[in-house]
Every structure is written in C-alpha cells, then in structure tokens.
Write a protein that binds this ligand. Structure first.
Ligand SMILES: CC(=O)N[C@H]1[C@@H](OP(=O)(O)OP(=O)(O)OC[C@H]2O[C@@H](n3ccc(=O)[nH]c3=O)[C@H](O)[C@@H]2O)O[C@H](CO)[C@@H](O)[C@@H]1O[C@H](C)C(=O)N[C@@H](C)C(=O)N[C@H](CCC(=O)O)C(=O)O
Ligand SMILES: Nc1ncnc2c1ncn2[C@@H]1O[C@H](COP(=O)(O)OP(=O)(O)OP(=O)(O)O)[C@@H](O)[C@H]1O
Ligand SMILES: N[C@H](CCC[C@H](N)C(=O)O)C(=O)O
Ligand SMILES: [Mg+2]
Length: 479
C-alpha cells in the first residue's frame, strides 16, 4: 500500500513510498514503516524519531511541534488518534461485526460470553482481552488487556482473514485513553459497571469514567447501540452521555427496560432466572453461580441481540454458557470436603461480588486468600481489606503480582482495612494454610489472579515472571 492512499485527503507532496508496516516503538521500525511518536507516562516517543528514521521510517505521526527530518511528518495535535485511523486504513479488513465492552469489572467475562453466544448462533466468533485472543479452536495470550493499536488492529485483521465475522473486545480505560482500540467500526458497545480501580492513572472517579465514556462518545458507531448494565450507581451518568450523542440505548438489569431481570434464584449448580424482553418472559437455567455472572451474561445477550441476534434464541442459549477461566472457577475439593474457588477479583467491588456469589453455597465459613498487585492503584488496597473483612470469616493476605514494589508494604496496606487477617506472603503457603484450615461446610476463595499463569516480581530489567497458577496450586495443596 502506498503512503498517499493511506493518508487520504491529507495529501502528500513529492515521493509516494510504499508502506510496509506500522510501529509505535522505534525498536520495531523496519524500512517502509510509519512510526507513531507519542508522549507517554515513562518516555517521550518523540525522542526516538531520529532513530526511527535512521531505521527506515518513511513517515512519522507526531505533534506539530515535534522535529521530523528525512521523513514525512504527519502532524496532528492528537497523534495517537491520527495514528489509529491510519493504522485502521492500513489493516482495513476487519470482522464485519465488532463490539466492545468497558467497565471496571466484567469485561473479560462479557466478551467471552458474547463470543460463546455468537458461536452457539452459528457464527465464527472471537474475543480479545485479558485472556488474549480466543476463538472456538484456540486461544493465544497477548499480555495486556488492550494491547497496543498495531497489535490490536493486526489481530483483528488476522481474525477476519481466518473467516471470523464476529469479534468482541475489551476496551480498558487505559486502552481508551491511549487510543489503543480505534479505527474499526464498532456496532455496539457495553458498560458493565464502575468502581474503585486505576485511580493511580486517572486520579479521580470522574476522570476514570470520562476515559471510559470515549467508548460511547467517539468509538462506537453513531448508528450503533449502547448496551448498559442499568443497576450500577454510575449507569445514569453513562445513560446521559449516550443519550447526548443520540446513540441507540439498550438497558439491561433488574431496572433495565430492554432485558429485564425479573427474578434470580440460586440452584445447586447455578441460578434460575426469569428475564423479560419486549412482551415475552423467558425462564433460563444459567449454569453459573453469583449475581455478577448474571449481569455479565445479560449484557452479553444484550450485545448479541443489539447486533441482530434473535431474542428468544439468545436468551435460551444462556443455559449453555461455559464457565470463563478463572472467574469463580471451581479448582478443587479439599480432603475435608470444602470446595476451593479461584476468582480474578482484584478490586474492592469484585471481592464483594465474588464473596456474595459464594455465600449462598456455604453453610459454614468463607475463607478468602487475597492480595493486591504492585505498581497499581494503592488506594484500593485498604478498601479491599475492608470489604473482605466484612464479607468473609477467615482472611489470609498474601502476595499477588508485587511487580516493582515491596510486597510486605502491599500486604500491610491491605491489612489496614482488615486488622484481624493472617498474613502469609508466600502465595503457595497461603493457599495451603487456607486448605488446612477449611472444614467440610466452608468454602475457600483464592482471589486476584484467576487465569494468570505467573507471578510478576520486580520491574524493568529485574522483572521476572515466576510460573504460578492458582488452580494448579490449589489442586496440589488439596491432594
Ligand atoms: C501506563 C500504561 O498504560 N502504559 C502503557 C503505554 O505506555 P505509554 O504510552 O505511556 O508509553 P511509554 O512507555 O511512556 O512510552 C511512550 C512511547 O515511546 C515509545 N518508546 C519508548 C521507549 C523506547 O525506547 N522507544 C520507543 O519508541 C513507546 O512505544 C511509546 O509509544 O503504552 C505501552 C505500549 O502500548 C504499554 O506497554 C504500557 O503498558 C504498561 C506496560 C502497563 O502496565 N499497562 C497497564 C497499566 C495497562 O494498560 N493495563 C490495562 C488493563 C486495565 C484493566 O483491564 O483493568 C490494559 O489494557 O492492559
Ligand atoms: N459484573 C460484575 N460486577 C461486579 N464484579 C464483577 C463483575 N464481573 C466480574 N466481576 C469480578 O471481577 C473479576 C474480574 O472479572 P473480569 O475478568 O470479567 O473483569 P475485567 O473487567 O475484564 O477485569 P480487568 O480489568 O482485569 O481486565 C471477577 O473475577 C469477579 O470477581
Ligand atoms: N488488568 C488488571 C489486572 C490486575 C490483576 C492483578 N493480579 C494485579 O496484578 O493487580 C491490571 O492491569 O490492573
Ligand atoms: Mg479483563
């Protein structure tokens, strides 16, 4: 593809070189690359423009004030957005139906359930997010929830080439803020909830919400649909944003108008739901426990219906949803007979949701093993301790991914909200202690790492990923 064709109406004086690829990291530049130079948290990409050109960059997307010599300067006050739109033209072929999910908790679960529901309806479908890229045949890890824009659009275009027609992706607040998921047509976008997380990056809940709202004000198609979980305290604010833009609104939840949760009764293996849609009422046996999984399942159904799915068939298919990895996954039963669940709860709200989900199934105590990640929001740590202390009888605070921080300080910060908790830094020892403690009528919940396969210790050149899988360790300790 030639540069002039990619730039469209921006025009190009002189030579019209062939574009061979795109990069936002100068170390990935090859001859013929368009380089995106962005001002970041840690580095200024503009400092690498000369190096990128030396490595063969033919054009640089950067702010007007950046110095670009020896390559075309594609100047834009918002270079991340400009770069995303050029990248989208470069990759150009995407699944015909793409939808996005944002919210503090539930994005991974919702995109994965959406993929499953599309699959059940006979489509070739994929999901992209924290679990990586998942299709019906395979799954591949990508590292971040929302990878960089080049990886994201490259993956989407690769999926289209493989015949995937339906794709659901997670739009994290960082990803939205940094324009990591732009440029392709998004037919429907969902909001799951908003609660305390990532305030280290966004500063305030309002700024955090504003980052997420870009999904509705800019990313979703103007003639697309916004699917809102309506029972969250932030839902009215989201509704206001959506209504202002004039995007079609679909609300879901006990207070939802389009998919209304009429009732929810826990059963031995799941929940019996009654859902009202239009003038029909449908009973669904959901094979998953916990109110939070109902919320995610209904939002997924909303996305499928918003993109053309049949209402009765989609709701019926909820009964065939498979569990999402690491989300209330039953890992083992201890020798005493207590079930051990692994859950990805790493925010105060998620800990509450996970413990509330398990409570109806425990006749005895809830035993929680949990920690918090390093180099992430510090203010959430005592809040996690506080809600854990209010909702579980036995608490063991342990390490999550310490990253560049001193793990003892992270544990102490959590303990400020949960003074009665035991503290066992070594995660395997903490899991073993919980299993030794549990009686037959108790339930153990190991929170924070879900599907993760390693523990991230150290930062920069010192960073190591030590293999660790909560499910496998729970099985070993319970054996
Ligand atoms: C805070 C944050 O989100 N940082 C991400 C972001 O960094 P940034 O744009 O601020 O980049 P920077 O490191 O300051 O560098 C600026 C620019 O210079 C370039 N550069 C830098 C050095 C160099 O030698 N050459 C060079 O060209 C970089 O490629 C970048 O374009 O862009 C980088 C490239 O895409 C990401 O790797 C990096 O993720 C870091 C590793 C990270 O930990 N991010 C987490 C917080 C994150 O994004 N998490 C969310 C999950 C949230 C959730 O779901 O709850 C996610 O979506 O995964
Ligand atoms: N709808 C929900 N409401 C409240 N808590 C939820 C909800 N969905 C999930 N959770 C909690 O959050 C955890 C993470 O869920 P999930 O991975 O689906 O969220 P996510 O938004 O993708 O998270 P991340 O920000 O890490 O990508 C779950 O294990 C559960 O404890
Ligand atoms: N997407 C989340 C994942 C957190 C998982 C938890 N195990 C941690 O390391 O904090 C984040 O990047 O904040
Ligand atoms: Mg996720």
């Amino acid at each position: 593809m030639r540069l002039a064709a990619l730039l469209g109406d921006q025009g190009l004086a002189g030579a019209d070189p062939v574009v061979t690829g795109l990069a936002i990291d100068h170390r990935k530049v090859a001859p013929g690359t368009i380089f995106g130079a962005f001002v970041g948290e840690k580095f200024n990409g503009e400092d690498y423009i000369a190096a990128a050109i030396a490595a063969g960059a033919i054009a640089v997307v950067a702010r007007p004030e950046a110095r670009v010599e020896g390559a075309v300067h594609i100047a834009d006050a918002n270079p991340r957005r400009a770069f995303a739109h050029i990248a989208a033209r470069y990759f150009h072929r995407f699944p015909a139906t793409c939808v996005a999910v944002t919210g503090t908790n539930g994005k991974t679960s919702t995109v994965e359930m959406t993929r499953q529901l599309w699959r059940m309806a006979g489509f070739q479908a994929a999901s992209i997010g924290t679990l990586g890229i998942t299709t019906s045949n395979e799954s591949a890890s990508t590292g971040l929830t929302t990878p960089d824009i080049v990886t994201f659009l490259g993956n989407m275009s690769g999926l289209a080439a493989e015949g995937v027609t339906h794709a659901a992706f997670e739009a994290s607040s960082h990803g939205l803020d940094q324009y990591r998921t732009e440029g392709l047509a998004v037919k429907a976008a969902a909001f799951t909830n908003l609660s305390h997380d990532h305030l280290d990056y966004h500063g305030t809940m309002e700024a955090y919400l504003a980052a997420k709202m870009r999904l509705f004000t800019e990313v979703v198609d103007a003639n697309g649909v916004a699917v809102l979980w309506n029972d969250d305290i932030w839902s009215p604010a989201v509704e206001e944003t959506v209504t202002k833009r004039g995007v079609r609104l679909m609300t879901v939840g006990a207070t939802g108008k389009d998919l209304r949760l009429v009732s929810r009764e826990p059963t031995q293996l799941g929940q019996s739901l009654v859902i009202a849609a239009d003038d029909m009422t449908q009973k669904v046996e959901l094979p998953l426990i916990g109110a939070y999984q109902v919320a995610n399942a209904l939002v997924s159904a909303g996305l499928v219906i918003a993109t053309g799915g049949d209402v009765a068939q989609t709701l019926g298919n909820l009964a065939r949803l498979q569990p999402v990895r690491g989300r209330l996954e039953r890992a083992a039963i201890t020798r005493a007979g207590a079930p051990v669940y692994v859950d990805y709860a790493h925010t105060p709200d998620a800990i509450e949701a996970a413990l509330d989900a398990l409570r109806p199934h425990a006749t005895g105590r809830l035993i929680l093993v949990f920690g918090a990640g390093g180099d992430r929001d510090q203010a959430k740590r005592p809040e996690m301790g506080k809600v854990a202390a209010a909702k579980a009888e036995v608490l063991i605070i342990t390490d999550d991914n310490p990253r560049g921080e001193d793990p003892a300080l992270i544990r102490a910060a959590i303990a400020r909200g949960a003074p009665g908790a035991q503290i066992i830094g070594d995660r395997r020892a903490a899991i073993a202690a919980a299993i030794a403690e549990a009686r037959a009528d108790d339930i153990i919940c190991i929170a924070g790492k879900g599907h993760e396969q390693g523990q991230i210790v150290g930062a920069g050149a010192e960073m190591r990923v030590i293999p660790f899988d909560d499910v496998a360790v729970a099985r070993e300790c319970a054996a």
